[in-house]
Design a protein around this ligand. Structure first.
Ligand SMILES: [Ca+2]
Ligand SMILES: [Ca+2]
Ligand SMILES: [Ca+2]
Length: 247
């Protein structure tokens, strides 16, 4: 009996030790060695944890790059908005008087008391030709219509014309150098010294690429709708033109 009890006690102790060992095995997921052999290889759990950490690091890096790019773009946009605002303020502070470079709105021509096809402004009527002619032929055409080539008496008249013409077209006007170089005159006899001048940058240059030089005045085309500026051109070339007559 005593021998049987001792044998049973040993078996119970052996089962307890086995359970304790299994418990430790279960408790430690990294310990996959069998029966106490040293574990020298990385386990699946270890590899997964490293992968997750790596992905997390990449995500954080991408997020930082995204924030930097967004920040730079926002800064550029902010600068552009400030520039546009300053430009608009400059136009508004000009008190409604369009300065060179300020944009003008296109005006639909109004006939008023003028002949069919002509536009009315103040006490004049204006005709924009659709065909081209030399300066002399253009002036002849205007006379045949009871007028003359456009004479710009003031800035208001120039700004009105600038709002009804085609943007990219050259137009002859009633400006001519008849006597000697530098002596400009208006076709209707208006004193040239009594009117403001609006020569484009670098004009009049009397460009002598052709032997005629440049002795007739025209409005330069422009990229944007703003005050038209003058150019001296070769009178023998054909351009569209603007006639003016009394209303
Ligand atoms: Ca006039
Ligand atoms: Ca000239
Ligand atoms: Ca010129």
């Amino acid at each position: 009996m005593t021998v049987y009890r001792r044998s049973n006690q040993r078996r119970v102790m052996s089962v307890d030790k086995e359970m304790e060992y299994q418990f430790h095995q279960f408790d430690n997921p990294e310990n996959s060695s069998v029966h106490g052999e040293p574990n020298t290889q990385p386990t699946h759990g270890g590899l997964n944890r490293k992968k997750i950490l790596g992905l997390y690091g990449i995500l954080v890096l991408l997020l930082l790059i995204l924030l930097m790019v967004t920040g730079i773009k926002f800064s550029n946009l902010n600068q552009e908005i400030t520039e546009v605002r300053l430009h608009l303020e400059k136009i508004i502070s000009a008190g409604g008087t369009p300065q060179q470079g300020a944009y003008l709105k296109k005006l639909p021509p109004v006939r008023g008391t003028c002949k069919d096809g002509w536009s009315s402004f103040e006490r004049s009527c204006y005709l924009l030709s659709t065909t081209a002619a030399t300066w002399s032929k253009a002036e002849e055409q205007c006379r045949a219509h009871g007028g003359h080539l456009l004479v710009l008496n003031n800035v208001e008249e120039l700004d009105y014309i600038s709002r009804i013409v085609e943007l990219r077209t050259h137009y002859w006007i009633g400006l001519v150098e008849r006597e000697h170089e530098g002596h400009w005159s208006w076709v209707d006899g208006t004193d040239f010294k009594s009117t403001p001048t609006f020569w484009d940058k670098g004009q009049p240059d009397n460009w002598d690429y052709r032997e005629n030089g440049e002795d007739c005045g025209q409005l330069h085309p422009s990229e944007y709708r703003r005050r038209k500026l003058w150019n001296d051109a070769d009178c023998s070339l054909s351009y569209q033109y603007i006639c003016e007559s009394r209303a």
